[in-house]
Write a protein that binds this ligand. Structure first.
Ligand SMILES: [Zn+2]
Length: 582
């Protein structure tokens, strides 16, 4: 791309990639680079690396990388011209060149128009709220809900009056093509021609992205009519599955405190802000997605989710569990007393009461178990909890975490851990059988490479205790591995270990030939150790024992075929000894 070259160079000279990316991702210095958790894929161990010397970034996990412009485009879902414009503004660089006509430029100017329409609408709703006649009820409502004037102006709250075409007329007056306003979800075409306003008789909450643009709106009724909340539908600017209400303001406080509180409604979010609690955001009436969590973990180390104490709240808690576990963000559940929401709670009990709730929050899975098992501990209830937990557990990728939850579940419901594992395996088998044609390829490759515990454990040991794993070289370790990718890694490891002065497991990535092996190793590199220092010896002995058992079994088979009774006797003795030692 040749356009904007001089602006691009000017920005590059002024901007610092570490400072820029550091605003969105928590970076820490690691040697000459900075590392953090990748905002573009799920990971728990930082593989997202920023290089200040070259002013580039690269993620070793998902392979995304580039310069500040690539980062800006990827993170904000922006076009290249938008990235140049945003960064030029940020670093006070003048753009003197014109951008060449291109599809990218057309997209950028269309989005500029969309933002402009949203701005006009925001102003229109604000004016209506201030209007002595039209806004009177809405102002009274906000006052009743103790929303301060500072909050109203900081969040640019507004009011959509009880008119069918108030905004439509305003947009038309400003020369906006109304079919463009349809595309941002503000007006709706009539069947017989013409347009009408989507939002009517509602308090309006503009929703901002992290570039501080209004990308959509939420509207709440003043009375009890339904729907209580109405949002902008999915548009080119508005993606519910990754937006948080309030994050454009809260991100600084969240970064400072290291924690974020997630509530369900706009009013809940504003009520907490009103009481001086800053690190809060609201979801836009959708379930939490991995994109939500990835965005948040750029700022927070710990997340508190405020749930309703009803059945739907418990289900939502359980559902969001794998989203957090898989992104490595610790999540706790906060439960409010029956019939209360954060808004009413904080207004009644003040900030102190709310902070006490946070202090008593339990980890998400414990919360679910506590909620489910306090009152009815019949066998049916326990089996019900087991069944409900299986799909959730099967979504947790990290083996050690999964084991932890299986153990906890088994303790709480009093069903043996082995049985829980068996149920989990059979659930996974069943659900993988149900997958449709679209996943066929995945299914085929999945069944060809059946991952086995031994493979994963050896790989994990090799990464965290390479020196101690070396001794396996002397036993016939190959016979217990079944994944060819893992076999490849272990073989390469044994070849390389003694050649290097200082062995780093990640260095193996360059030596591996197959993509499957590299992927396998990359994944394994992201996992914590399955064993403590003291447990390693036992783990290695178990592996050696298993190898020996397999060898003895093979020899027994052979001796049987040959009818060699003496040999068989010896082998059985050996087998018994070996089992005892294990
Ligand atoms: Zn990544």
């Amino acid at each position: 791309m040749v356009s904007y070259n001089s602006a691009k160079e000017d920005i590059k000279r002024t901007a610092d990639i570490v400072e820029l990316i550091g605003q969105y991702v928590q970076l820490r210095k690691a040697g000459r680079n900075y590392v953090g958790l990748c905002p573009f894929h799920a990971e728990k161990t930082p593989s997202f690396t920023v290089n200040p010397e070259r002013q580039t970034f690269h993620c070793f996990g998902c392979k995304k990388g580039g310069d500040i412009f690539s980062f800006w485009m990827e993170y904000h879902n922006a076009t290249f011209p938008e990235a140049v414009k945003d960064l030029a503004e940020k670093y006070h660089v003048m753009i003197t060149e014109r951008f060449s006509e291109s599809a990218e430029q057309k997209k950028a100017s269309q989005r500029k128009l969309f933002y402009n329409i949203n701005e006009i609408a925001t102003d229109y709703y604000r004016c209506t709220l201030k209007d002595p006649d039209k806004g009177i009820q809405a102002r009274a409502y906000l006052k009743k809900r103790t929303v301060s004037n500072e909050i109203i102006s900081e969040f640019r709250l507004g009011y959509a009056p009880a008119e069918w075409d108030g905004l439509t007329r305003t947009l038309r007056k400003k020369g906006i093509a109304l079919d463009m306003a349809v595309q941002v979800g503000l007006v709706i075409p009539r069947k017989n021609g013409g347009f009408y306003d989507r939002f009517r008789s509602r308090i309006i909450f503009p929703i901002f992205d992290l570039r501080q643009h209004v990308v959509g709106f939420g509207g709440r009724v003043l009375d009890n009519s339904l729907p209580k909340y109405l949002n902008t539908p999915e548009t080119p600017l508005f993606h519910k599955g990754e937006l948080f209400y309030g994050l454009h303001v809260s991100f600084k406080a969240i970064r400072e405190k290291g924690r974020a509180v997630i509530v369900e409604g706009y009013m809940d979010c504003l009520a907490l802000k009103n009481h001086g609690f800053q690190e809060v955001v609201a979801t836009l009436g959708t379930a939490l997605t991995d994109r939500h969590v990835r965005k948040l973990k750029g700022y927070a180390k710990e997340v508190f989710i405020v749930f309703d104490s009803d059945e739907a709240g418990k289900k939502a808690a359980l559902k969001s569990l794998p989203v957090f576990s898989n992104e490595g963000l610790s999540a706790k559940a906060v439960v409010l007393p029956d019939g209360q929401d954060p808004d009413s709670f904080v207004n009644e009990n003040g900030l102190k009461g709310f902070l006490e709730l946070l202090d008593h929050a339990s980890p998400m899975f414990d919360f679910y178990l506590e909620q489910k098992l306090t009152h009815r501990d019949s066998d049916e209830a326990k089996i019900g909890v087991l069944k409900e937990s299986l799909p959730i557990l099967s979504e947790i990728h990290e083996f050690s975490l999964r084991s932890l939850y299986v153990r906890r579940l088994s303790e709480r419901i009093g069903i043996k851990e082995d049985i829980v594992w068996l149920e989990l395996k059979s659930f996974e088998k069943k659900s993988s059988g149900k997958t449709n044609g679209a996943n066929l390829k995945e299914r085929i490759t999945g069944s060809m490479v059946e991952r086995r515990f031994d493979d994963l454990h050896i790989l994990n040991l090799l990464i965290h205790y390479p020196q101690r794993v070396c001794r396996l070289m002397d036993c016939n370790w190959k016979i217990i591995l079944c994944d060819p990718a893992v076999l490849d890694i272990v073989e390469t490891f044994f070849q390389q270990y003694h050649k290097k002065e200082r062995f780093l497991p990640e260095d193996l990535l360059d030596s591996l030939e197959s993509d499957a092996a590299r992927k396998e190793l990359r994944e394994a590199l992201l996992e914590n150790s399955h064993y403590s220092d003291e447990e390693v010896e036992q783990a290695l002995r178990e592996i050696e024992g298993k190898v020996k058992q397999i060898q003895i079994a093979a020899s027994i088979k052979k001796a049987r075929e040959q009818g060699n009774i003496e040999e068989l006797k010896q082998l059985f003795k050996l087998k018994a000894q070996n089992m005892k030692r294990e």
